[in-house]
Write a new protein. Sequence first.
Length: 296
Amino acid sequence: MDKPLGNAAISRRDFLKLGAAAGIGLTGWFEANASAEFSFGIVGDIHYADKDMRINRYYREAIAKLEQCVATFNDSRLPFAVMLGDFIDKAPDQATELEYLKTVRQVFAQYAGDKHFVLGNHDLARLSKAEYLAHCGAISQHSYYSFNAGGWHFVILDAGFTKDGAAYEAGNFQWKDSNIPATQQEWLAQDLQNAGAKKTMVFVHQNLHDESSVYGVKNAKAVRRILEKSGNVLAVLQGHDHQGAYAKINGIHYFTLKALVDHATLKNNSYAIVTMGPNGRVSLRGFGRETDLLFS
């Protein structure tokens, strides 16, 4: 199919009017209409920077690729999209990094829905978490939080902490040392308990399915125990590993999106639309190099 079935019954103009009239925004409209099938977008590892290609990362081409992604999301009338981390790449100084962020934000701002941001390690090469969130265009200024839409529960996690619990700030970290500290784990357990019977999807930059990998959250096993104990988490959507990956562990699906920045030209783009039904059936439609997936 050319477009996801969710949201197809109303025009884009009517869709925007409904949210505005109710004063609840696009995500809020779907929360109020939980029986409807709906879709949302995911994109990650954009790594925009005004610099030459390196290790198969075409930094400047990320702008055209993101423009294509935004057009697809808008045409599909998605209530929200999640940026899975590494919106920008490292700059020589903070001022330049903020210019990178301003440039790529202007593109993503053309997307009409709510914009959720997962913090990536490259986002914090010259910036603090507060500085990044203040300038990226995120709907929330918290590095981890949750929200509801369409009868589902969604959780944004932040794995940008060292093994000693120090937060990633302006390059004070080694990218392979990624952890979710005890305080955030406690919050996660309580949040999932509060979600009750709502089916839940989790977003994180670093990978939760393989702590032995350089891309893995080092205390991922402890986090997985929390997800499994809740009994309501269906899937974890991740970035960071540019090649992409998939695993299913104890009933939970772990999907790693391929990087948008890798490979030249629009035909090698990478992003996806996730369509969720009231029966718990979830399909992921990949664009460019990304593959399709069905899980429930």
